[in-house]
Design a protein around this ligand. Structure first.
Ligand code: SF4
Length: 776
């Protein structure tokens, strides 16, 4: 069996030494990089060969890649690298890596075409000045072969253990048994559907009730499909951290943690009820944590002169990498443990280990974002990837966020006092064009017909200068300047791909106490993420998006851009109708104008239900103000009902304290805001929660921004109101109310407290597995 590896991956593994150093980055955007390559290619003659596909082998290694260009007349192979900033400041280890790549291509070309000698040229192309800096070496075929063989030898032992791991992994997965005595009701059809869809290489949009074990029910069939398809990796993507914990729990129950024997064994809570208690699966599991959370030195910059964990990073990486694959189970704590044990950065060790892990658990942005690391990795290495996307209803909003950008004038002003002299000029140019844009109009909010070209140009120049400055001076990760540099760069990238799917708007920001219009927030606001997400769906072998709320189908199809042939499936409920009672208050209005008159009826209904069946309830409202009013009225009229309230800003302890009130056999009502931290992603099984009240349709606020979204969605799909207000609102209602039934033995009630829930179109959006609602 041979091991296939891309030229770039081979060189990064075998030729990278020294410090981690991001001073020469952020490098040009992918678009700028592609455009730069094209431009250089166009400058060459007609006989110049572009994108030359090459392959070769060394023992059981198969090495492949595409050289940027070959000029047969000059017998010159060219490797093009785009850059921005002063080339003389490029770290030596980065230059050495580029030479290694160029020479490996050189060897592959010589071997394929029988050349004795070749000129190998590294061409650096500055995307700002559009100047080329060529560096050439004349090499004999023997010299190039030696470079190639040395790198291959350095990789060979690793390749052998990779092949052995894959054989063991696949054998174990073929024999993998479901970890419990039986499937939960509804879990078997779920698992079968996921398995069939990945086998037919199709995407599956799966709507299934909460509580049937979706996480294990999707991971298990995906793992079973891994050897046969074959899949290189599975990415389990979540929109919330709670989903990551559930995925780790499911993998633990399958025995994945046991291979490293880290904290596993009989007596662990997850071992209860495990049928195959001795099952251990040699699966490498990695959780990815954001740089903000994983960084050990947020006051430092990511290079060896500043951060001790970047100093000598690549020298110590090989041993850390071996320790990491031996452990196999790399949750956040495990990864940090290994990184710090080898004195390297945990965040960048995580990035490295994504190459060698079998299952990677991370946020959805690792696949769908502009700079999505997992997506880029699978493109580079041509990986076959199976994707699972948990709580997929969030992908509309998350996708919009990924392809939107905001420039905040207040944050920009805060930069001024600490600005280094070298950056004063480019940033004052940004300030003046930004100011001019702000002063063009006195209205609070306006949509621009065209992009603010002058501002974007000024930002591009400023970003170049900051990158240049950064190569000389460390800028701490948590500094205002670094944040502005990221924001400005992101803004320019979003501007590059601006289109009908987005809106450019300007909101006036007047500093307190000043009358004059002195600033404006400029936003590139994505409305439809589908054009960006669609290629990411297409790039995977297949996958499943799952959620308890993926209706209506057309809404998610239009906005997410899932492939046309994606299967759409709603699983029947395994629960009995008798487990849930749904009541609609058909003569009660919670519209803004009816708020005052709704307070007493709402308080009385909550109290009546509490007296009828004592236990824990959650009550959801559209705002904190409304929540407080109803809670006060309840306390006044029914002081015997215990209540607790969500506050507008809750830290982790306050959040835990709120949830802690929902004790088994407890009694009382927790007041929360719909769409907030308690509206989804919390799990209160059994009698920790026996009912929910929802006193709002969850409609987003009518404001100028949402009205613009509505107008754009009306133009594009003819359903402006539904897509901007009604469907997102109802999705929040169903999510919140869905907290009540979490297992086959739960029982509870849902009170939908507004006459609009009685309308046909609202009832059509309630889950099929809810029993018909009673109108009251
Ligand atoms: S610890 Fe923080 S500053 Fe240091 S290399 Fe890692 S992310 Fe960068």
């Amino acid at each position: 069996m041979s091991y296939r590896i891309a030229v770039r991956a081979l060189c990064e593994f075998a030729a990278k030494r020294g410090d981690l150093d991001l001073r020469f980055t952020p490098s040009p955007s992918a678009q700028a990089g592609i455009a730069g390559h094209q431009l250089v290619g166009e400058r060459r003659g007609e006989r110049y060969e572009r994108e030359v596909a090459l392959r070769g082998s060394y023992r059981h290694l198969e090495v492949r890649g595409r050289a940027d260009g070959y000029d047969p007349a000059a017998n010159r192979l060219e490797e093009i690298k785009t850059h921005r900033g002063d080339l003389s400041r490029q770290p030596a280890n980065q230059r050495a890596l580029h030479w290694a790549q160029a020479k490996v291509y050189g060897h592959l070309l010589c071997a394929e075409r029988g050349l004795d000698q070749l000129t190998v040229t590294l061409t650096y192309f500055d995307i700002v000045s559009q100047r080329e800096t060529p560096l050439s070496e004349s090499c004999s075929a023997d010299e190039l072969r030696e470079v190639f063989e040395t790198l291959c030898q350095a990789f060979l032992a690793w390749a052998q253990q990779e092949l052995a791991h894959r054989r063991r992994r696949d054998r174990a997965l073929q024999a993998l048994r479901f970890p419990f005595a039986g499937f939960r009701d509804g879990q078997r059809p779920l698992a079968e559907t996921v398995y069939k869809s990945i086998h037919t290489r199709r995407w599956l949009m799966l709507q299934a009730p909460t509580g049937i074990g979706k996480t294990l029910g999707t991971l298990f069939p995906m793992l079973k499909a891994m050897p046969g398809e074959p899949l290189d990796k599975i990415f389990f993507l979540t929109a919330r951290n709670t989903g990551q914990r559930l995925a780790l729990d499911a993998l633990r129950s399958l025995g994945a943690e046991r291979q490293g024997l880290v904290g596993a064994g009989p007596g662990e809570p997850w071992c209860d009820d495990i049928d195959s208690a001795v099952q251990a699966v040699p699966l490498r599991v990695l959780t990815l944590t954001s740089r903000d959370k994983a960084c050990e030195h947020p006051d430092k910059a990511c290079h060896g002169d500043s951060c001790p964990l970047a100093d000598g990073f690549y020298d110590r990486l090989p041993e850390a990498r071996v320790a990491a694959v031996e452990r196999g189970w790399l949750d956040r704590a495990g990864l940090r443990d290994i990184a710090l044990g080898h004195e390297i950065c945990p965040y960048y060790l995580g990035q490295e280990m994504a190459r060698w892990a079998d299952v990677v658990i991370g946020d959805v942005n690792y696949w769908f974002d502009f700079h999505a690391m997992l997506y880029a990795l699978s493109q580079q290495q041509q990986l076959q990837v199976g994707l699972l996307v948990d709580e997929a209803h969030n992908l509309v909003e998350r996708g919009r966020g990924m392809y939107s950008a905001t420039l905040d004038h207040a944050a920009f002003r805060r930069l001024k006092p600490t600005l280094p002299a070298a950056l004063k000029r480019p940033l004052s140019r940004v300030a003046s064009v930004w100011q001019a844009l702000a002063e063009e109009s006195d209205v609070e909010y306006r949509v621009l017909e065209t992009l603010p070209g002058k501002l974007i140009n000024a930002l591009q120049q400023a970003v170049s200068q900051i990158v240049e400055y950064q190569s000389e001076q460390p800028i701490a990760l948590d500094s205002e300047l670094q944040r502005f540099a990221f924001d400005a760069q992101h803004f320019c990238r979003v501007a590059d791909v601006f289109g009908d799917h987005s809106i450019c708007d300007v909101t006036r920001q007047s500093p307190r106490g000043r009358q004059r219009n002195t600033g404006a927030r400029v936003t590139l606001r994505n409305v439809v993420p589908a054009p960006f997400l669609a290629p990411r769906f297409a790039a995977a072998h297949g996958g499943t998006l799952f959620s308890a709320t993926l209706a209506p189908e057309a809404y998610y199809r239009d906005l997410l851009g899932v492939p046309d042939d994606a299967l759409w499936m709603t699983l029947a409920s395994p629960f009995q109708d008798s487990q849930l009672r749904v009541t609609i208050a058909a003569r009660l209005s919670t519209r803004y104008t009816d708020r005052e008159s709704s307070l007493t009826p709402l308080a009385d209904r909550i109290a009546d239900q509490f007296r009828a069946t004592r236990g824990n309830y959650l009550a959801f409202f559209s705002s904190f103000a409304y929540l407080e009013q109803v809670a006060d009225r309840l306390a006044e009229r029914h002081p015997e009902v215990p209540i607790w309230r969500q506050a507008s800003r809750m830290d982790d302890d306050a959040r835990e304290a709120f949830l802690g009130r929902f004790e088994t056999s407890g009694e009382g009502v927790g007041f929360a805001v719909l769409g907030g931290i308690f509206g989804e992603g919390i799990d209160l099984p059994g009698d920790r929660l026996i009912g929910a009240f929802v006193a709002t349709l969850g409609l987003p606020q009518v404001n100028p921004v949402n009205e613009q979204m509505r107008a754009r969605l009306q133009t594009l799909y003819g359903h402006g109101y539904d897509y901007a207000y009604f469907f997102p609102g109802m999705q929040k209602v169903v999510q919140a109310a869905g907290r009540v039934i979490r297992s086959g033995t739960d029982e509870g009630v849902i009170h939908l407290l507004d006459d609009r829930f009685a309308r046909r179109e609202a009832q059509a959006l309630l889950p099929e597995w809810w029993p018909p609602a009673t109108l009251d």
